[in-house]
Design a protein around this ligand. Structure first.
Ligand code: KG4
Ligand code: ZN
Length: 337
């Protein structure tokens, strides 16, 4: 059985084919990062239009490179939410039309479930149950992953997502979009004790996050300092440490609270080296294990949608009609098994 996966929830057009026996057999990805860079963030209408332009050529490339034809495909999975409504509609419309034409099932996929399950595509994988930290430009979630389809959100951001806070602070420091990687590179040149940033929500009980205050703290620090290149690096250093220590602090609480000893990290911010290093130490302290899926499966991609669709297909989770249903906001806890 082979499943075609289609991801169009934000600014990446991703397609992939997952084979029941061989695993992932083909994938292609197009990132719109350059398109949005000059606006300093994703412009939803431009994102939708670009998905329309890129989806069909990408699918053609996928089939050409894998030497497969459409008749080899048994089902199609597409991201039905959460995400940008226009972008989601492009993927949903394409997937449903193609599935209808091929007389095969079409499977709506929750984008965040796909991120959680992506860790299971890798050779070194966790077993259920595990704790997951999802940290991207749009999401910051701590999830108790009990089993397929059973997710409990333990904590989430009450304002900016962690990647968003990285991007906004990077913009303030004059770094290009998306700024997370550039900011963490700049932080390497920063001095350790020059600025002390707060660790938001750490003094309160619970597992929720708040990152928008850190961005404001960075702005104020910059405005009140001598505005030199070294100051930028010192702010980057202090900001990154505050974010990472807050994330690690909340993971520690979640490990204690749940008794879980496996942690999966997904989302673009999972590429942050300081975060990786500190989470490895944390899990060693708990005699547990941390799993970082390869970077290309941490960020948005079609492979995770094809993989999640394979699992959903086995549970007969198909669309029953041709109506287009996408969900820009959709909690993981509202997913049905
Ligand atoms: O998961 P992702 O690729 O896309 C979505 O948000 O959908 O995550 C992108 C986010 C951006 O905010 C980017 O700045 C951040 O991940 N990011 C990083 C690093 N690499 C990417 N943040 C901190 N450190 C990094 N090394
Ligand atoms: Zn994502």
């Amino acid at each position: 059985m082979k499943i075609l996966g289609i991801e169009t929830s934000c600014d990446e057009t991703g397609v992939a084919i997952y084979d029941e026996h061989k695993g992932l057999i083909a994938e292609a990805l197009y990132s719109q990062v350059d398109l949005h860079a000059k606006y300093g963030g994703v412009v939803p209408e431009l994102a939708s239009r670009d998905h329309i332009r890129k989806l069909l050529p990408l699918i053609k490339t996928l089939f050409a490179e894998s030497s497969l034809s459409l008749s080899d495909i048994n089902a199609i999975g597409y991201t039905a939410g959460p995400g940008l409504i226009g972008a989601l509609l492009v993927g949903a419309m394409f997937a449903k039309s193609l599935a209808y034409g091929l007389h095969i099932p079409c499977i709506p996929i929750h984008h965040m479930e796909a991120h959680l399950l992506a860790a299971l595509m890798c050779d070194k994988k966790p077993s259920f149950p595990f704790l997951a930290l999802l940290v991207s430009g749009g999401h910051t979630l701590l999830v108790d992953v009990k089993s397929l389809g059973h997710y409990k959100i333990l904590g989430e951001t009450i304002d900016d997502a962690v990647g968003e806070a990285f991007d906004k602070t990077a913009k303030l420091l004059g770094l290009p979009y998306p700024g997370g990687k550039a900011l963490s590179d700049l932080a390497k040149k920063g001095k350790k004790d020059r600025f002390q940033f707060p660790r938001p929500m750490m003094e309160k009980p619970g597992l929720d996050f708040s990152f928008s205050g850190l961005k404001t703290f960075a702005v104020n620090t910059w405005l009140q300092s001598e505005q030199k290149q070294q100051t930028k690096a010192d702010i980057a250093y202090a900001f990154q440490h505050a974010v990472v220590e807050t994330l690690v602090g909340k993971c520690k609480r979640a490990l204690k609270q749940t008794g879980l000893r496996q942690l999966v990290v997904a989302g673009g911010v999972g590429a942050n080296q300081l975060l990786r290093q500190q989470l490895k130490h944390l899990l060693a302290e708990f005699e547990g294990q941390v799993f970082f899926p390869p970077e290309q499966y941490c960020t948005d991609n079609g492979a995770m949608i094809a993989f999640a669709a394979f699992h959903r297909f086995k549970q007969h989770h198909y669309d029953k009609d041709l109506a287009l249903r996408v969900f820009p906001r959709w909690s993981l806890e509202d997913l049905q098994i």
